[in-house]
Design a protein around this ligand. Structure first.
Ligand SMILES: Nc1ncnc2c1ncn2[C@@H]1O[C@H](COP(=O)(O)OP(=O)(O)O)[C@@H](O)[C@H]1O
Ligand SMILES: CC(=O)N[C@@H](CCC(=O)OP(=O)(O)O)C(=O)O
Length: 295
């Protein structure tokens, strides 16, 4: 690279940093719940980049809370074990053998991979599940789905206490039933319930598309609950996007200020969303269009 071009790059970097100031101030002390979907986890490099963003966010005063999925990783182990699995309306039909595999994969392999990635970037992450300290008590969603749970009682104190100690909670979407059962909870649903219980400032749902697409296939940069209902009725919002937009609406109703659906595979997705004017992905809330530094 020529010296002149390098200077231009540095000037642009300095300008970006300087423009981030109002956003850094805006999010100081804010609770940001980030749901990392199985499809967004991708390569080790993508995981490393995600972990670096999370540690940086904490360094500048945000309280990050990570809730993860891991559907593709569960699929793999079930297939290796020869256990059949099917989904109904985006939820895995979960019998006794399946729920054991789900807990093993989510609370074990996936959870510890994220914990290790964050710690590798200089953070201090602690892996828990919805079972720990009664964070997420569940009831059966529908007898036809077996051990699939709906969160009915949340105690977010463990998450708040970890945050106060500058520890980063990494939460597997597995819940406890009142009768000692283990429940498999959709990752988006769990993230929404946790964000709602914390009254988080932001819920970021990281997935494998750039945001919610409209009928023309273009990503909508901001949308409200009315638009979501209309797009869902028209079948434009479908498949795995339905639990995400439903979660977004439930989280807003529970007191979360805004929800963003964005591409977790894009480099620095979380930083772009929080610290730049244009943000990233689709911002969902019920009032004004895009976020400004003081909203
Ligand atoms: N209107 C829409 N806009 C964007 N994606 C959509 C839409 N409708 C359905 N989808 C699908 O939803 C998928 C995201 O859900 P999913 O695969 O369950 O994600 P994750 O594993 O990250 O939780 C996208 O890859 C896309 O195929
Ligand atoms: C009930 C239910 O379907 N649970 C999900 C939990 C994992 C998840 O949600 O993973 P993603 O976010 O990667 O899709 C499952 O068994 O796959």
């Amino acid at each position: 690279m020529k010296k002149q071009d390098m200077n231009r790059d540095w000037i642009a970097t300095a300008r970006t940093l300087s423009q981030a100031l109002p956003y850094l101030q805006r999010y100081e002390g804010a609770t940001v719940v980030i749901k990392l979907g199985g499809h967004a986890m991708g390569s080790d490099e993508a995981m490393e980049s995600f972990a670096r963003d999370v540690v940086l966010m904490q360094q500048v005063g945000v309280k990050p809370v990570i809730v993860h999925g891991g559907g593709p990783m569960i699929n793999k182990l079930l297939a290796d074990l020869g256990i059949q699995s099917e989904f109904v309306n985006g939820k895995r039909v979960t019998d006794k053998a399946t729920v054991e595999v789900v807990e093993m994969v989510l609370s074990g392999l996936v959870n510890k991979r994220i914990v290790q990635a964050i710690n590798g970037q200089g953070g201090r992450a602690v892996g828990i599940s919805g079972k720990d300290a009664n964070l997420m008590i569940c009831e059966q969603t529908n007898p036809d789905l077996g051990f699939v749970g709906t969160p009915v009682e949340m105690d977010p104190s463990i998450v708040q206490e970890l945050g106060e100690e500058n520890l980063i909670p990494v939460i597997a979407p597995v819940g406890a039933g009142r009768g000692g059962e283990t429940y498999n909870v959709n990752g988006d649903t769990a993230a929404g319930a946790i964000a709602g219980a914390l009254k988080a400032d932001r819920l970021l749902l990281l997935t494998d598309v750039s945001g919610v697409k409209g009928a023309d296939g273009e990503v909508l940069t901001s949308l409200n609950s009315q638009q979501i209902r209309k797009l869902t009725d028209e079948g434009v919002i479908a498949g795995g996007m339905i639990p995400k937009t439903e979660t977004a609406l439930d989280a807003l109703a529970a007191g979360v200020r805004a929800v963003v659906i964005l591409d977790g595979r894009a480099p620095n997705a979380c930083l772009l969303e929080l610290y730049t004017e244009h943000g990233a992905g689709s911002l969902i809330r019920d009032s004004a269009p895009r976020v400004t530094a003081d909203s």
